[in-house]
Structure formats: C-alpha cells, structure tokens
Unconditional design. Structure first.
Lengths: 328, 173
C-alpha cells in the first residue's frame, strides 16, 4: 500500500480544505481502505470525516421528507422503525447489503459512492481497465463477463454499479445535498452516477472538491407498498446478480402509481419509467407484471456469459411487484 | 486527540506516514507509534500481542477479524488503527469474566461443537455476541442472516447457529 498522511477533520471546512488539496475522504473505509490494499486507490492524504457529528444524524419523522446525514450508518438506518414500516424498500436495500459488521461501519454517503466490484477493475495488473487507467482497454470484453452490466455499458466499460441503496433512492426521487468550494447544491440521486461512455474513470457528476452532506427522500405513499428484492449467488452477503426496487400505490385492483428501478444489472442505478407507465392506470395481474418486467429490461445487451441475467432481471421485477402489491 | 494530526499540523509536519496512536483495548490503554497504514487488526496482533482476532481475507469478506468498537461489531481489517483512537475496543480476549470464566457464548460454542479448525471462531463468537445484543437472534432465520458476514470453511454452521440460539437464551436470562 502506498504511504499516506492521515488527517482527522474536526469540521466540514477542514474536510473541504483537504479535499481541495487532493485528499480522499475516509468515512466507513469499507471501499477506500479495501481498494488501497489492492493498490487501486493510492491517495497521498486521507482525511477522516467520522468526527463530523453534524453529518451523523437522520430523521425519518418529517411529513414532507426524510433526511439522512451522509455519515449515518447503514445498520442504524436499516433498523429505523418508521423506515421498516413506511419505506421497506429503503430498509431492505440496506440490510440486504454487505454484512452487519460492514453496515455498522459504512456510511450512507460512502455507500452511494462505492466503486464497482468488476474483477478486472479490482484485479489490477495485468488486466486492462479503462476505469483504472483511461484508454488502456477493457479486459472484460474478451473475459469472463458473467457479472458484467447488461444495461448502460459502452465499448470502454461494462462494470456494474454495485450499490443497493441507490436503486431504492432513485425509485423515490431522492436528492443529495453536496457542498464544495463553489458552494452548496442539490442533485437528484438519479443524476449522481454517470454511464461510462468513453470516460469510465469519471463515475459521478460530483466535482472533485465536493462532498455529499445529506440525502433527502420526499415523503410519499409509494413507500408503504414497496420492496427491494435482491437475487444473489448465495442467500445473503453477496452483491446482486439482479435486483429491483419497486413501489406501488393501488386503487382497488388498479395501479394508481408505480416505481421501478433496477440494481446489479446496469452501469448506474437504473430507473425504468417506461415500465412504470405500462402499469399506471391498468389492472394489476400477472400479465401486467410480466410486461413491466420485460419493459424494464428493454435494451439489455448480453455478452458471452451474462445473458441469463436478462430473464433473471425480468423475473426479479415480477416477483418484486408481487410483493409490493401485497403491501400496497 | 493525543497524537492525532489536525490539518494545520499535517501541513507543517509534511507527510511522515507515522503516527502516535493510543488505543484502549479490553480496558487497557496502549500507546503505539505506528505506520499510518496499519489496520486495527495488525495493531492488535502485531503491536499489542492480542492474536485472538484472526486475519483471513484482509478485505472485509470473511469476518475472522471481527471485534467490537464501542460495543458494535466491525471488521478490524478494514479499520485504520488511527480511526479506533478514542473508542473502546473489545476482542475475544476481553470477553470472559475477570475470574477467567468463559462467556456464555464461548461455552455454547464448546457445548454445540460449533467449530472444527477454530480459525474463524473468535470472529464468529464476537459477531454472535453482538448479534444477540442487537436483537437479531430471535429466530434461526435471523441468526443465519445476521451471521452471514462470518464464513466458516469447515462448514460448522449447524453447530454455530445452535450455539447462538442456546446462548441467546442464557445471555438474556
């Protein structure tokens, strides 16, 4: 691991100053320290922001919105009674991620910015990776692509965005509040992550000196009838082969409102409004759910070994909608 | 914040890469001078001499290094030693009573034959104690879900789940 200087920030100004000087932010450390050990991340300076207590709170009691400080821990938020009852998709997206040890460490802001699990990215040399080294090529193209993205990939990169929480957040139109040297602004979570295009090393729309301080979710009746369904190679403690955050509001047997976002299948959190529109105003039944599932995977492009995840994704959406229907 | 580098100090010192870190482990205070890269796991094992927490994967995937920080279970391999300053660290060595008596979870692992090679056991037990305290040991499904961060290559899971189910009753009684 490269030598680095460790700094503890005592306030947000400290963190921003260090960030402007090229430091990497350390929150839970579960992504950064891991990738430093793999020599993928090589910061010369890291700034520990865990003591910025003003970012650790969260409040799910508001009538207009739920507010989560960027340093709220995944385990604490997952267990919040209001979230479990009124926004199960958000709670499930958290407790179905990682392990309880990692959830005790990992922050919500860090979770949104976690980096891909693509084995060619994490494997380092000798594998080519445009995300690690721009214009060096992509070893996944001729490689074992069982886990690569089916949606949003480019010729330069097919690395999956691995986060679960982000899929639930985009389904509910959440925003992040960020602060940087140019001031504060808000970004829809849906616009936080970029598709790789020709520049897969640029993963988000954040400026290099911006820090996520808060996540806000508009209060919505969609929360009650929601779920985050995650299909994995093993029952627990694994990244998604396919996942779906879905939410329904029903009027009798008719769908009044619907949200569908995919995880584990795309290069970024993948909201599918076309699939939602197929449901809204229609009677909910198996055929409607199947049509929505197929629409959600519209445009999915298989490689050599990952084609099975298209049908898996369709069925994940169908099963998630069935669960949401029972709750709505 | 003894030994901690603030932003202004770091700029005047330049990057030395070494830090004075004071860790409180099982109630004892240890003043260390360590490389900034040192994980909490390596600080425990290599600098303090507490070898109960084990290094399995060193990437947060196996749970063998699980310890408690302020009563919460974490993986010590993905925690910088410097991050643990100012917090109470508890390892398997600190779990038993002052008289050397085993913790009910340790005894339950023996009673239920919940190990073969034993390498993952300290991490399993630290995780299991936290699992009970969190209220995640109320059903076998809950135990399996909330213990999924601790892998056992010997496959002693049946005994591990039975031990936790048993110890949960004794810990709450």
């Amino acid at each position: 691991m490269q030598q680095f200087d460790y700094i503890r920030a005592v306030d947000l100004g400290d963190a921003l100053q260090a960030l402007g000087g090229g430091a990497k932010l350390l929150a839970g450390g579960t992504t950064l320290y891991d990738l430093m050990k793999l020599r993928i991340e090589r910061p010369e300076q890291i700034v520990d922001i865990n003591h910025l207590s003003e970012l650790s709170y969260f409040d799910t009691s508001g009538d207009r919105e739920l507010v989560f400080g960027a340093l709220a821990r995944m385990s604490d938020v997952a267990a919040d009674p209001r979230l479990v009852r009124d926004y199960p998709a958000i709670s499930e997206s958290l407790w179905r991620a990682a392990s309880q040890q990692l959830r005790n460490m990992a922050s919500l802001g860090g979770n949104l910015l976690q980096r891909t699990r693509c084995p060619y990215f994490r494997g380092g040399e000798p594998y080519a990776c445009n995300k690690r080294h721009p214009d060096s090529g992509c070893a996944a193209i001729e490689g074992l692509d069982r886990g690569q993205a089916l949606l949003g990939a480019s010729g330069a990169c097919s690395a999956v965005y691995p986060g679960d929480l982000a899929a639930a957040l985009v389904a509910f139109d959440a925003e992040v509040d960020v602060v940087g040297s140019q001031g504060a602004r808000s970004i829809p979570v849906e616009e936080l992550h970029r598709e790789p295009g020709d520049t897969p090393h640029i993963e988000t729309t954040l400026a290099p000196d911006e820090i996520i301080v808060r996540i806000r979710v508009p209060a919505t009746p969609l929360g009650r009838g929601s779920t985050y369904l995650k299909v994995r190679d093993r029952e627990s403690y694994a990244f998604a082969l396919a996942s779906a955050a879905v939410a329904l509001v029903m009027d009798g047997e008719v769908v009044r409102d619907a949200r569908i976002a995919l995880g584990g299948l795309a290069t970024r959190p993948w909201r599918v409004r076309a699939a939602e529109r197929l449901l809204i105003g229609r009677r909910f039944d198996e055929d409607a759910a199947r049509a929505a599932g197929e629409a959600a995977l519209e445009g999915a492009t298989p490689g050599r070994f990952n084609g099975f995840r298209i049908e898996l994704g369709v069925r994940t959406v169908v099963d998630a909608l069935t669960i949401a229907r029972q709750r709505a | 914040m003894t030994g901690m580098v603030t932003l202004s100090q770091a700029q005047s010192q330049g990057a030395t890469g070494r830090h004075s870190v004071t860790l409180t482990v099982n109630g004892a205070v240890h003043a260390l001078s360590i490389d900034a890269r040192t994980s909490l796991l390596d600080a425990l094992r290599e600098h303090i001499g507490l070898t109960g927490a084990k290094k399995g994967c060193d990437h947060g995937q196996c749970g063998a290094c699980t310890v408690h920080v302020d009563g919460r279970r974490i993986v010590s391999c993905l925690t910088l030693a410097a991050q643990a300053q100012g917090h109470e660290v508890t390892t398997i060595e600190g779990l038993g009573g002052d008289d050397g008596a085993l913790h009910p979870m340790q005894q339950a692992f023996i009673d239920h034959d919940a190990l073969q090679c034993g390498y993952c056991t300290p991490g399993q037990i630290m995780s299991a104690v936290a699992c009970v305290h969190e209220g995640h040991a109320g059903s076998l499904d809950d135990i399996r879900e909330y213990m999924s961060g601790n892998l056992c290559r010997c496959g002693a899971y049946v005994g591990i789940v039975a031990a936790i189910e048993d110890a949960a009753v004794k810990m709450q009684g």
